[in-house]
Design a binder for this molecule. Structure first.
Ligand code: A3P
Length: 303
């Protein structure tokens, strides 16, 4: 962003307060709720691909992988624009930037789209058009830690408070986009009813090439080993941290203050151990057992 536009944005933002609203009991930014009809009535196209996640599950990572798969590993073309421009986020509406819906409507097919919506709030046209969805799930403990640091640096989301406060907020499902539990279970239960590939952040960390191959097969792409290697290399944590198109360094610091916490923060499985107190871990595990009872969904919290 040039200095003139940054100054304009800063002036426009000065008098703004970012509040949360809710749709069917799910906490969402108020600006998202304001255009809810447009979001819910969003018109998907048959050749769209959607990346869906609970926040901080590795959305940008998988977006970049899917984009490169569709481009047959053409790294230069994948760097045509920052990841948040080339992949409209349909449930986001941060003024004065065009909403995700408007950006997607203006985009030529084939489109790659992003959502954080829980399954029950999904625009029906995605199912009517039988759109392929790559859903990424990450274990709750690491998601909580990552989201805590993200809310600290992101001025569009509520301040998370202290870690202790955030721990309760997250467990109660009061974070933006709602409950981690409802999200991962809802999408898990829907995966056999639609074209949904359910992948795990921890599996991607364990063997990225295996997961990239799985995603490319799901998308109907038979890529060579060489192309898979290129994609793996270009989407590694270090490569994405260095890449201005994926590290969010082009977002004004007014919105994302990366001096507080970088977007590409740690990219690890098990960082929760550096945050959870022993007592919190006990409370969490008990609550987890109750909330996940009856689900056959299993997460790894360490590798
Ligand atoms: P941490 O905060 O734990 O480091 P999202 O894109 O959904 O907002 O998720 C962001 C999280 O994914 C951050 O987690 C970020 O570091 C991690 N991430 C992003 N790209 C990654 C990559 N290429 N490899 C591993 N982790 C990645």
């Amino acid at each position: 962003m040039d200095p003139e536009s940054e100054k304009k944005l800063s002036e426009e933002m000065e008098n703004m307060t970012f509040k949360m609203g809710e749709i069917q009991g799910v906490p969402l930014p108020e600006t998202t709720c304001e255009i809810w009809d447009q979001i819910y009535n969003f018109q998907a196209r048959e050749d769209d691909i959607l990346v869906s996640t609970f926040p901080k599950a590795g959305t940008s990572w998988v977006q970049e992988i899917v984009d490169l798969i569709m481009l047959n590993g053409d790294v230069e073309r994948s760097m045509r624009a920052p990841c948040f421009i080339k992949v409209p986020f349909i449930d986001l509406n941060v003024k004065p930037v065009p909403s995700g819906v408007d950006s997607a409507n203006a985009m030529e097919s084939p489109r790659l789209l992003k959502t954080h919506l829980p399954i029950q709030l999904m625009p029906p046209s995605f199912w009517e058009k039988n759109v392929k969805v790559v859903y990424v799930a990450r274990n709750a403990k690491d998601c909580m830690v990552s989201y805590f640091h993200f809310q600290r640096m992101n001025s569009v989301l509520p301040d998370p408070g202290t870690w202790n406060e955030y721990f309760s907020t997250f467990l109660a499902g009061n974070t933006p986009w709602g409950s981690w539990f409802d999200h991962v279970i809802g999408w898990w239960n829907a995966k056999d009813k639609h074209q949904i590939l359910y992948v795990f952040y921890e599996d991607m960390m364990e063997d990225p090439k295996r997961e990239i191959r799985k995603i490319s097969k799901f998308l109907g792409k038979d890529l060579t080993e060489e192309v898979l290697d290129t994609i793996q290399h270009h989407t590694s944590f270090n490569a994405m941290k260095e890449n201005p198109m994926t590290n969010f360094s082009t977002v004004p610091s007014l919105l994302f203050d990366q001096s507080i916490s970088p977007y590409m923060r740690k990219g690890k499985v098990g960082d929760w151990k550096n945050h959870f107190l022993v007592a919190q871990n006990i409370v969490f595990d008990e609550e987890y057992k109750k909330k996940m009872a009856g689900s056959r969904l299993n997460f790894r919290t360490e590798l």
